[in-house]
Design a protein around this ligand. Structure first.
Ligand code: SAM
Length: 281
């Protein structure tokens, strides 16, 4: 199961490797990505099923096509290159576009809604929690003063004025855009539920692989894997276990896997990727 089908790179790889009869269910929140990828991978015929929706509803997607447990699940988190490179989707601060950032364009709330309607304190919290933005307070205040803000470039210029340009390596608006995207698409909630759903729906011996692109996500995946690979979770020193927690995962990546220099040269957007994998016991 490819929970984040995108342009179908992983699904194509899995279908190639599982020839002649391996099957993949690919899901994505982005209807336009599904349409393009369905056409691009048409040669795999009925070996690829595509469904629109969130991986947080993984059980429902499997139920809808009457599949039981699955042998492998991949989550490749965040946004795709296709989305980043389509200016009108509003994910990039380099091109003038409406402040949108929705993976699922049938969803009501966009980034413009958050930027223009949230209280200053709520905006600050989003920037701090989801962007780990050290100037969250200053930026939130500037956003509230400058509203309404309806375009990506307008928001970027407000951030640059508030936070300054003295940052090593990254554009000053990077963290703000990341934070808003995570909030608009409720990415951390989806990850939380998606991990639980994935483990529940793996067959024994089945494998879960998660690729994350920032520390917030990676920390969550690491903690979840650690917790589910342990038996009793009672405080140390408690004489009798009362939690009855049982280990369900065996961690396969003792250390997180990062792309090689050669891969980063070939695909610079992979530079912050971190892969963790585990097997269902
Ligand atoms: C990093 S891209 C995946 C790229 C893909 N592996 C490929 O080979 O092209 C992440 C994809 O996940 C989708 N996505 C994000 N959150 C999702 C969710 N909760 N449920 C389903 N799809 C989601 C995005 O729309 C995007 O297309």
């Amino acid at each position: 199961m490819d929970c984040t089908l995108g342009a179908g790179g992983h699904s194509a790889g899995i279908l190639e490797a599982s020839k002649p009869d391996g099957v993949v269910l690919g899901i994505d929140l982005d209807k336009s990505a599904l349409e393009i990828t369905r056409k691009q991978l048409a040669d795999f015929g009925r070996r690829l099923y595509c469904r629109h929706g969130t991986y947080a509803d993984l059980s429902n997607h499997l139920g809808a096509i009457e599949w039981g447990c699955v042998d492998g699940i991949i989550l490749d988190l965040g946004l795709s290159s296709m989305q980043l490179d389509t200016p009108e989707r509003g994910f990039s601060f380099n091109k003038e576009a409406p402040l949108d950032m929705r993976f699922d364009t049938s969803q009501e709330t966009s980034a413009a809604d958050l930027v223009n309607h949230l209280e200053e304190a709520e905006l600050e919290k989003i920037l701090r929690d989801f962007g780990e933005e050290p100037f969250s307070r200053r930026i939130a205040r500037a956003i509230v003063r400058q509203r309404p803000i309806h375009s990506t470039t307008h928001l970027a210029s407000v951030v640059v004025k508030a936070a300054g340009t003295r940052r090593k390596g990254i554009h000053p608006a990077t963290r703000t855009f990341q934070a808003l995207r995570i909030a608009v698409n409720r990415e951390m909630e989806a990850l939380e539920k998606g991990l639980r759903e994935a483990v529940k729906n793996l067959c024994p011996g089945g494998r879960l692989a998660v690729i994350s692109f920032h520390s917030l996500e990676d920390r969550r995946v690491k903690q979840y894997f650690q917790k589910e690979s342990r038996g009793c979770l009672c405080p140390p020193g408690q004489p009798v276990c009362t939690c009855n927690h049982q280990a369900v995962l065996r961690i396969l990546t003792k250390k997180v896997i990062k792309p090689s220099m050669e891969e980063i040269e070939r695909n610079p957007r992979a530079r912050s990727a971190k892969l963790r994998a585990a097997e269902k016991m």
